[in-house]
Design a protein around this ligand. Structure first.
Ligand SMILES: [Zn+2]
Ligand SMILES: [Zn+2]
Length: 268
């Protein structure tokens, strides 16, 4: 696939998911907003623009390009083994999703990496834009890890593209402030991480922050014992964010970018 078509598919999926979830948030919000959108959205969307630019400029071929190269040169386990495309694609998708789960767990438990990931958690409310709020250094590190996995395993380019588009969409979905009937949530979370499941991960309570690491498939949390069904204070009563960076001035883009390099300023 030529890069322009690939980029067009990505942007169209991004825009469609964002518009649909934004509309759903307006029509059926899960929780009342604790902070106006005008204070959070410029920073969160500004970060999205910087992330997109950083990846374009620094790793222009990105993970899909790495997969194409690995296939051409015969690199990676799946290419060496001559694995049939459908099997390689399904296994590749699962391996990438597991890798993102493990990476997320590690970013919570290694202090220097937590400094980078902490910015995602410092959002004082949670909605569709929180799903794209990741520090550019975390995004670049994450891309480098993904490229290594794609090349070592030999994951087909199509699986990488589907995985990345799916992950962008599910990340926006599971951060969205949308109400779903509880019976529907119970069914959907058997297959995909739902907003009620991921919101637990944004609780100010440390035990809850360190649970529900999955972004896409919900199975890894259940398998590795990091699953938590609901926040103790309830979805309406829970506090979103961290004990640090609670000043609304921290929602500004310049503050977001410098958070990893500043010590905790919590008075808690
Ligand atoms: Zn996290
Ligand atoms: Zn999150």
């Amino acid at each position: 696939m030529d890069p322009k078509t690939e980029m067009a598919i990505r942007i169209a999926c991004y825009a469609a998911a964002f518009a649909a979830l934004g509309l759903w948030e307006m029509l059926a919000p899960r929780r009342p907003r604790s902070i106006e959108r005008t204070r959070r959205w410029p920073g969160n969307l500004g970060i999205l623009a910087i992330d997109a630019l950083a990846v374009r400029v620094l790793v222009p071929t990105a993970a899909v390009g790495a997969a194409v190269l690995a296939a051409e040169r015969g690199w990676g386990l799946f290419n060496l083994a001559g694995m049939p495309l459908p099997l390689a694609a399904i296994l590749g998708f699962l391996i990438l999703d597991l890798a993102i789960y493990v990476q997320h767990f590690v970013f919570h438990h290694v202090p220097v990496l937590w400094r980078l990931h902490r910015m995602h958690h410092a959002d004082l409310d949670i909605d569709v834009t929180t799903g794209v709020r990741f520090h550019p250094i975390e995004i670049l590190l994450s891309m480098a890890i993904k490229i290594v996995i794609v090349v070592v395993v030999g994951i087909p380019a199509l699986a990488v593209l589907i995985f990345e588009v799916a992950l962008n969409a599910t990340s926006m979905f599971n951060h969205a402030n949308v109400a779903m009937p509880s019976w529907l949530d119970r069914i959907v979370r058997l297959f995909v991480v739902t907003p009620d499941m991921h919101r637990v991960h944004h609780s100010i309570s440390r035990a809850e922050t360190n649970s529900n690491f999955g972004f896409n498939l919900p199975w890894w949390d259940r398998l590795f014992g990091t699953y938590r069904a609901a926040p103790q204070a309830g979805h309406s009563g829970m506090t979103i964010g961290l004990p640090v960076f609670r000043d609304p001035a921290e929602l500004r883009i310049d503050r977001l970018l410098t958070q990893p390099f500043r010590d905790d300023d919590a008075k808690t």
